[in-house]
Design a protein around this ligand. Structure first.
Ligand code: 5GP
Length: 118
């Protein structure tokens, strides 16, 4: 697959503050936040889209969800956040290296769709 900006960030080639990191993933702030809290959970493994993940990625995918909950708690939004994965161009994906968005800090219950946040 083609390298992406997130590949460079996960490998440390572009200096970026990691809010959290472990051997499987990193967490960074979104450069164009759509909510007061908007962070990205990015696996180090460069899976292009969610649909490209394989059965062998099952543990990794579960890990990303656990990290999302832990990081949301640490950021003080554990009781009210939205977790989003955009898949494919038609799904709004712009960086083709799998990532999860944590969005919080505004009334998420009012937004039926992620596009309502834009
Ligand atoms: P997608 O649209 O693919 O689901 O989400 C990509 C996200 O990555 C967007 O919200 C965009 O603002 C963010 N983004 C793109 N380039 C960079 C970057 O270089 N640094 C950071 N921190 N976020 C980025």
């Amino acid at each position: 697959m083609a390298d992406t900006i997130f590949g460079k960030i996960t490998r440390g080639e572009i200096p970026t503050e990691f809010l959290y990191q472990d051997e499987h993933c990193i967490v960074i702030r979104d450069i164009q936040p759509q909510a007061p809290t908007h962070v990205l959970i990015i696996p180090r493994k460069p899976i292009p889209r969610l649909v490209d993940s394989l059965p062998e990625d099952q543990t990794l995918l579960g890990h990303l969800l656990l990290v999302a909950g832990k990081v949301a708690d640490q950021l003080g939004v554990g009781d009210a956040f939205r977790l989003v994965i955009n898949n494919g161009e038609g799904g709004g994906q712009t960086v083709f290296h799998l990532h999860l968005h944590i969005l919080a800090g505004r009334d998420m219950a009012e937004c039926q769709l992620v596009s309502d946040l834009n």
